[in-house]
Design a protein around this ligand. Structure first.
Ligand SMILES: Cc1cc2nc3c(=O)[nH]c(=O)nc-3n(C[C@H](O)[C@H](O)[C@H](O)COP(=O)(O)O)c2cc1C
Length: 198
């Protein structure tokens, strides 16, 4: 059971990937297990050709299938999420996000496309049957500065939004786990009675 950190930037170093790493560290502090999949490191030809037999693409799809939650990070390109992310989402099964909690995050040059995640990414996530899509986190490049010595410096307003998003993700996962445990417990309590009737 883990949280998949999916990076949709085609470049490195990547601002959105750094923000994603920061979110990952916060999740680990809550005791969540994380696993990273930078899409740019997958074989692009296999993604474009929808070559489902490619072992690296297969492994990435399996990691996604096993994850309870996915934090999806993307740069804003041309008022939308990245083409690389779309290409990867295109090779998922139609219900590829079923049962999963999703936290979308984006970095952008300006505030101009603040709603991009809501009008472009959110409908795709819903069509892939995501269970809960949490409020997205959007940061401009000016709000997340990288320093060689100090690491990622985040504007207080964004840091607060990240803390809130991570807390919400953690709480949602914990209540889903409690729900599954209580269902399992009630099933095992019913089972002997059913066996008696049989
Ligand atoms: C090709 C390209 C298109 C971009 N289009 C937009 C845009 O439409 N709106 C915006 O606010 N920023 C835009 N930007 C700026 C990036 O979204 C921003 O620098 C982002 O943090 C880059 O993230 P990355 O380093 O993870 O790729 C664009 C950058 C590039 C290279």
């Amino acid at each position: 059971m883990s949280v998949l950190l999916l990076s949709g930037s085609p470049v490195t170093p990547s601002r959105s990937a750094r923000l994603l790493d920061y979110v990952g560290e916060k999740l680990k502090a809550y005791g969540q297990r994380t696993v990273s999949v930078p899409i740019r490191e997958l074989p692009v030809q296999a993604i474009f050709n929808a070559d489902f037999s490619d072992p690296e693409l297969l492994a990435a799809r399996q990691l996604l299938a096993k994850a309870e939650a996915v934090v999806i990070a993307t740069p804003i390109y041309k008022a939308s999420y990245s083409g690389l992310l779309k290409s990867f989402l295109d090779v998922l099964p139609q219900d590829g996000l079923a049962g999963k909690v999703i936290l979308p995050i984006a970095t952008a040059g300006s505030q101009s496309h603040m709603l991009a995640l809501d009008y472009s990414l959110r409908p795709i996530l819903a069509s892939l049957s995501a269970r809960y899509i949490l409020p997205s986190i959007y940061a401009t490049d000016a709000q997340i500065q990288w320093h060689e010595t100090e690491g990622l410096q985040i504007d207080p307003a964004i840091a607060e939004r990240v803390n809130h998003g991570v807390e919400l993700l953690h709480e949602t996962l914990e209540s889903m786990r409690q729900y599954h445990l209580s269902r399992l417990a009630s099933r095992s309590a019913i089972a002997p009675e059913m066996r008696c009737r049989a």
